[in-house]
Design a protein around this ligand. Structure first.
Ligand SMILES: Cc1cc2nc3c(=O)[nH]c(=O)nc-3n(C[C@H](O)[C@H](O)[C@H](O)COP(=O)(O)OP(=O)(O)OC[C@H]3O[C@@H](n4cnc5c(N)ncnc54)[C@H](O)[C@@H]3O)c2cc1C
Length: 294
């Protein structure tokens, strides 16, 4: 097997465009090394993007969108003061992902490209309406995260494409986001269920101006709820309204029995996590609205 370490994204795209090489992108190597050890993938060429500074950054653009390079590690996101200020829920989610050793190697881009249905970042990024920028020798294209995930361990990436950047649009005024998960063990464990939400409020901070909710780890791929915007947009928010919406979101998800728990238990967990996440996002949105109203 050949190992190459390109000096730029453009060199990496060139190396990946050679169809004969059966090449794979190597980021942190956390998931890929396991897949190779199990014989599930047998690349002829590994193209390492791990040390490409060009893909390791977090910055805010002219439209106030937060742009994160795909090779930025979980740990870099967790500890970035810019991200803590711009998207505190993202830094919090990263702090609770796996162990510090995994966070030091694993990258946000690698996590999304691996597309494990139980991964933590996907539901939160879906709730935040994030998109991804894919690069290849043919140019660049941008996809919403909803379009990017196609199924279990399956994405819309073409074989010659590299995920270059994750873009989180400027959040609406008076908004808050939250991610809640349940793991069978407390530490270093993929979630058994994970729910992320974003809630924004009307100018008087009483009604919901917009709500998004995404569920991870219960089906083959993370999913955005269709019922949440319908049930919450324009509604006067209260605990009963949030409880009703959380139950509706749990009834909407496809859940299956597996060795770690029944479908019924997972659905119950989604309802509980959805209620907690919506409540926390609502509290954060109210806190964001407070300075405008004082
Ligand atoms: C013990 C353990 C516990 C974990 N717990 C959790 C957890 O609780 N929650 C969670 O979310 N994750 C968890 N993870 C996964 C971890 O978070 C990593 O993010 C993830 O494994 C992949 O990141 P990576 O950078 O190592 O990708 P790699 O292993 O390098 O790559 C993964 C796949 O994506 C492709 N790829 C990588 N980057 C790109 C790119 N930029 N463009 C195109 N293709 C690319 C590779 O070719 C490969 O197919 C855990 C992992 C381990 C080993």
């Amino acid at each position: 097997m050949e190992y190459v370490e390109p000096r730029s994204l453009s060199e990496a795209c060139d190396a990946l465009s050679d169809e004969r090489s059966d090449a794979k992108v190597l980021a942190g190597g956390v998931a890929l090394s396991i897949m190779m050890r199990w014989g599930l993938v047998k690349p002829g060429r590994l193209i390492s993007i791990r040390y490409l500074e060009e893909l390791r950054y977090a910055r805010v653009d002219n439209h106030q969108a937060l742009r994160i390079g795909a090779a930025t590690t979980h740990r870099e996101i967790e500890t970035s003061s810019l991200i803590r200020e711009q998207q505190p829920a993202l830094a919090e989610m990263e702090r609770r992902l796996a162990s510090v050793q995994v966070r030091n190697s694993g990258t946000l881009g690698g996590n999304l490209c691996h597309a494990d249905s139980a991964a933590d970042p996907a539901p939160l990024l879906l709730a935040l309406d994030a998109s991804v920028v894919l690069a290849s020798v043919r140019g660049r294209r941008t996809l919403s995260l909803k379009e990017f995930f196609r199924g279990y361990l399956t994405t819309a990436l073409a074989p010659d494409e590299i995920l270059a950047e994750i873009v989180i649009p400027a959040q609406p005024p008076r908004s808050g986001a939250a991610y809640m998960k349940h793991s069978t063990r407390n530490a270093v464990d993929f979630p058994f269920a994970g729910v992320a939400t974003q809630v924004s409020l009307s100018t008087d901070a009483a009604s919901c101006a917009g709500a998004r909710l995404a569920v991870g780890a219960v089906g083959p791929t993370p999913r955005l709820s269709e019922s949440i915007p319908r049930l919450l947009d324009g509604r006067l928010l209260s605990e009963p309204v949030i409880g009703e919406a959380a139950t509706a979101a749990s009834l909407e998800v496809e859940v299956a029995d597996d060795a770690s728990g029944s479908a019924e238990y997972r659905r119950h967990l989604v309802a509980v996590l959805a209620r907690r996440a919506l409540t926390q996002a609502w509290e954060r949105a109210r806190a964001a609205a407070a300075p405008e109203r004082s």
